[in-house]
Design a protein around this ligand. Structure first.
Ligand SMILES: [Ca+2]
Ligand SMILES: [Ca+2]
Length: 424
């Protein structure tokens, strides 16, 4: 046996050893972060990966065409799921970043998995469900190619276990990635201390929702933000009212000023919305033209919002307002939890729960998910991706019992970096 074959033999032995020890190795040998993107955008993600490595997290970037070649499945989404699971199970992956936007019909940079849900308007076939990618099971128990059917696929649906953080950064170009990476580096190295870190503003443009929005803070988030500064920016009440209650209107100009003042690091935006914006007071709408007025460099808030369609990242029409907030250079937001479609109040028993929401402020599934996101993220010092996944873990039992909650867990995606702290 020659020297070369001896070397090959010992290398083989070594790789077998590494493979078998894979799960026991320290995190430096694991892929802490798995980032999935297209072949074209891989290079643009390298500075992001370098930054994460500097802060002690190992990163593996894998492209969708490598995944398409390396895994077996009926479509690219199933192959992505298998790839993600392999990394979680064998390489110790703790965060999964879907590094690109999606388009209808399994297209886009990192296509989403559409799941089917029956809503009050009939069948809705296309709820983009990023948690599918964490699932050990394939969400199509009856094998009909329709995913996530509440009854027929129940055996193959699994919700996040909270151990792996997941998020999608819905970028389209190398410029988007560079702008977003700058914001991540700023967030992790120059996070404003003091009032920005300790402030949360709840905006509410729908009087019928005041009750549950109040209780989100009073009964929950206030418990983990003990010295936190709360502001309620409701149509009929703000801390900035002068002569009479509500005379400081909840409109785009005032919201832009509030973000530019760099004094609030956490927002919950409650009210109606469309793909292009948040509906505010007096039929005004916060849109891309307002984002152009943002100058909140180095003070990027995290936002949760229940407003319909604001998280509709997977549409042919692009960008959604949340995408504009994330892609904005030197301005906007760092992470957003938003509904991709109607964002309706989800209840297990709507008949009795809905009146309770109106009367006592009982929180619906959407408001509860976002409240849990803040509670866990702040209280347990989690990253955004971990906080949202753990919120969903908490609601799993209800999702198994109720098609409404099943939809709730599917339609609320994290847009933004899942590896950053909710409260640095
Ligand atoms: Ca099915
Ligand atoms: Ca999009």
């Amino acid at each position: 046996m020659g020297l070369a074959s001896e070397m090959i033999k010992s290398r083989l032995l070594f790789s077998t050893l590494v493979l078998s020890l894979g799960t026991l190795l320290p995190s430096s040998a694991a892929d802490d972060i798995l980032l999935i993107t297209s072949k074209e955008l891989k290079e643009a993600w390298l500075p992001y990966a370098d930054w994460k490595k500097k802060s002690g997290k190992s990163v593996k970037i894998i492209t969708t065409d490598k995944i398409a070649q390396g895994y077996k499945g009926p479509d690219i989404q199933e192959k992505i799921r298998l790839c993600v699971r392999e990394h979680i199970d064998s390489n110790g992956t703790r965060w999964v970043v879907l590094g690109g936007d999606s388009l209808p019909g399994g297209k886009g940079i990192v296509p989403d998995r559409d799941t089917v849900h029956v809503n009050m308007w009939g069948k809705e076939n296309d709820i983009p469900t990023d948690i599918y990618y964490l699932s050990p099971t394939n969400w199509d128990a009856d094998g009909d190619g329709i995913y996530g059917e509440f009854k027929d696929d129940a055996k193959a649906i699994s919700y996040p276990d909270g151990k792996t953080g997941l998020g999608r950064i819905p970028v389209r170009t190398a410029e988007d990635i560079a702008a977003y990476t700058d914001k991540v580096i700023s967030y992790e190295s120059k996070y404003p201390k003091g009032v920005f870190a300790n402030s949360i503003t709840y905006t509410c443009a729908v009087p019928g929702a005041y009750g549950k929005v109040r209780r989100s803070w009073d009964d929950h988030v206030s418990k983990v933000m003990k010295d936190g500064k709360l502001s309620r920016y409701f149509i009929h009440e703000t801390p900035w009212d002068k002569d009479k209650p509500g005379d400081f209107p909840l409109n785009p100009t005032n919201l832009v000023d509030l973000m530019n003042a760099k004094k609030v690091g956490k927002f919950h935006i409650h009210g109606h919305g469309l793909i292009q914006g948040w509906a505010l007071e007096n039929h005004t709408m916060f849109t891309k033209k307002d984002i152009a007025k943002l100058t909140n460099k180095d003070a990027y808030p995290i936002i949760t919002t229940v407003s319909c369609f604001t998280g509709h990242y997977d549409a042919a029409k692009d960008p959604a307002i949340t995408e504009s907030m994330l892609r904005a250079k030197d301005a906007g937001a760092i992470a957003i939890v938003a509904p991709c479609r109607e964002g309706k109040p989800h209840f297990v028993t709507p008949k009795t729960d809905f009146p309770l929401m109106m009367k006592e402020g009982k929180m619906d599934g959407t408001t509860e998910t976002m409240t849990l996101f803040w509670e866990k993220g702040i209280g347990e010092k989690l990253t955004t991706g971990e906080a949202l996944m753990q919120a969903k873990t908490t609601l799993t039992e209800r999702a198994k019992r109720s098609a409404n909650f099943h939809m709730c867990l599917c339609e609320l995606n994290l847009l933004g970096d899942p590896t950053i702290q909710v409260s640095p």
